[in-house]
Design a protein around this ligand. Structure first.
Ligand code: NI
Length: 183
């Protein structure tokens, strides 16, 4: 369909709470989802949320076989998730580097729940429910944060571990992945 412009941090729409998709809207979501896919692929992203292209609806996509932006990450199945609900499981917190297509050129060290259960509707209306860990869990938390107007820099605890991608090697030296800690 179309590669859409991705809103960048500073655009106030990225801080809004998106609204749930009504059942009656489901049949018409195909165009939005195709635009999200085209836009994510053009930017080589690991995920994208509808508000990032200015559509304030609770729709996210994510997934990749391998991703140049996250070369060390395990693959995540390609997923379209509508009206997602997250349930964080356990108290293990994992720190990891994140980037965002709405915050181009930057990376930051973000704490996330190591394990979660998520559910929601697929594009065909069927129900998705999965329990996941690690990078898969991180991506889902990142994308669903967009639906609540939260960008990953808002979750960074140590601003010395937030900077430009081309300084990542320098940052990594002073930002070793923190040990898993119980919250
Ligand atoms: Ni993002």
């Amino acid at each position: 369909m179309a590669v859409r412009q991705i809103l960048k941090m500073g655009d106030p729409r990225l801080f809004e709470v998106s609204r749930a998709v009504e059942d009656s809207e489901m049949p018409g979501l195909g165009d939005l989802v195709r635009d999200l896919i085209d836009t994510m692929e053009a930017a080589d992203g690991a995920g994208l949320a509808a508000p990032q292209i200015g559509v304030m609806k609770r729709v996210v996509i994510f997934g990749f076989e391998s991703n140049a932006r996250y070369p060390d990450a395990d693959s995540v199945p390609f997923t379209v998730l509508i009206n997602p609900q997250l349930e964080l499981l356990g108290e293990d917190i994992q720190y990891g580097w994140e980037g965002c297509l709405s915050v181009p050129g930057m990376r930051g060290m973000v704490p996330r729940s190591q394990k979660l259960r998520y559910s929601g509707a697929a594009l065909d209306g069927s129900r998705i429910e999965r329990t996941v860990t690690g990078f898969h869990a991180r991506v889902v938390q990142h994308e669903c944060d967009h639906l609540d107007g939260i960008l990953y820099p808002m979750r960074i605890e140590d601003m010395r571990c937030f900077g430009f991608e081309d300084e990542l090697r320098n940052m990594a030296a002073s930002c070793p992945p923190a040990p898993v800690v119980a919250a």
